[in-house]
Design a protein around this ligand. Structure first.
Ligand SMILES: Nc1ncnc2c1ncn2[C@@H]1O[C@H](COP(=O)(O)OP(=O)(O)OP(=O)(O)O)[C@@H](O)[C@H]1O
Ligand SMILES: [Mg+2]
Length: 338
């Protein structure tokens, strides 16, 4: 079985092919960074227009590069939510239409489930595990009880981790993509030259609050000369604080659920220091840390194709005989126990 994954929930057009034995054959991403940069953020109408411009070309490239034929596809998995309506509409319509024309099955996939399951592509994962979703739009802690059973045990009460990295990078006048730029300059920062408070750390909850951190960065920058070293030191203080806060809630989540397996997923999980500290956290409890290949931390088609694959649905039962499409801009995946 060969799954084609289509991801268009935000501003990345991701197309991938994953085989049933979890072999990732190929993965292409068209990133719209340069199209939105002058607007200072993602413009939804422009994002859907760009998806439309590139998606067919990208599907052709994905199939033809490994010299496959379109007829060799068995299932088409597409992101149906959550995400921006216009962007989802493009991927969903193309996915369903292509599946219809090939008379193959199409599967609507939840974007967040894609992120959650990505570490399974390159790790032998055991259940249950705690997953920290640290992306541009989400910062959530889930207990992954088994495939398809996700229990939300904590989340941010304001900004997501990616949002804080992006907003702070803007204040530090760093180039886009912001998270990586901030992390890069932080590597030249002097540890503990600045100290930021750890929000909500004394509370027993697994929730976090991060919006105050960017206010602190603003205040620091007003007081200091913006030299390269000052910026690096502030970036270092912010990165260290975010990592400490994340390690703390991961610790609480692991202990309160009596689990010793932890996964980190989403764009911020590409952060090298965070990945290293997660390993350090798990060492004393002899636990496992699962993360995905760096290239698959941000949005991609492979996570969508792979999520489709894990459904194990008899493929003939999901052939869509109608031309209707399913889009869920808000699609809650997990049970809440908070
Ligand atoms: N090395 C890094 N260090 C810190 N942050 C990073 C790094 N690389 C990427 N990021 C951040 O990851 C975020 C993007 O992640 P991702 O693509 O998973 O988010 P998204 O798909 O927009 O959101 P969601 O999946 O929640 O809808 C951005 O905020 C970016 O700054
Ligand atoms: Mg995402």
């Amino acid at each position: 079985m060969r799954f084609l994954g289509i991801e268009t929930s935000c501003d990345d057009t991701g197309i991938s092919i994953v085989e049933q034995n979890k072999d990732l054959i190929i993965s292409y991403i068209y990133n719209q960074l340069k199209d939105h940069i002058s607007y200072g953020g993602v413009v939804p109408e422009l994002a859907s227009k760009k998806h439309l411009e590139v998606i067919i070309k990208l599907i052709k490239k994905t199939i033809l590069k490994p010299k496959l034929t379109i007829k060799s596809l068995t299932v088409l998995a597409y992101t149906a939510g959550s995400g921006m309506f216009g962007s989802l509409l493009i991927g969903t319509t193309i996915g369903c239409a292509l599946a219809y024309s090939l008379n193959i099955s199409s599967l609507a996939i939840n974007h967040l489930e894609g992120h959650i399951l990505t570490p399974m592509l390159n790790n032998k994962v055991c259940f249950p595990y705690i997953v920290a979703i640290v992306s541009g739009g989400h910062s959530e802690m889930l207990l992954v009880y088994k495939l398809g059973v996700y229990i939300r045990i904590g989340k941010t009460i304001d900004d997501s981790v990616g949002e804080v990295f992006d907003k702070a990078a803007k204040l530090l006048e760093l180039s886009y993509p912001s998270g990586i730029s901030l992390s890069n300059i932080a590597s030249a920062g002097i540890p503990n030259n600045y100290r930021l408070p750890y929000p909500m750390q004394t509370k027993p909850t697994i929730n976090i609050s991060l919006s105050g951190l960017k206010t602190l960065v603003t205040t620091l920058l007003k007081k200091k000369l913006k030299t390269t070293q000052t910026k690096a030191d502030i970036a270092k203080a912010l990165e260290d604080t975010i990592i400490t806060v994340l390690l703390n809630i991961c610790n609480k989540a692991l202990a309160s659920n009596n689990v010793n397996r932890l996964a980190i997923v989403g764009g911020v999980s590409a952060n090298g220091s965070l990945r290293n500290y997660m390993k350090v956290l798990m060492k004393p409890i002899k636990g496992a840390v699962y993360s995905s290949d760096i290239k698959l931390c941000s949005d991609n088609g492979a996570m969508i194709a792979f999520s489709g694959l894990t459904k194990n649905i008899p493929i003939k039962t999901i052939i869509n005989k109608s031309l209707s499409v399913l889009i869920k801009p808000t699609w809650n995946l997990a049970y809440n126990i908070m």
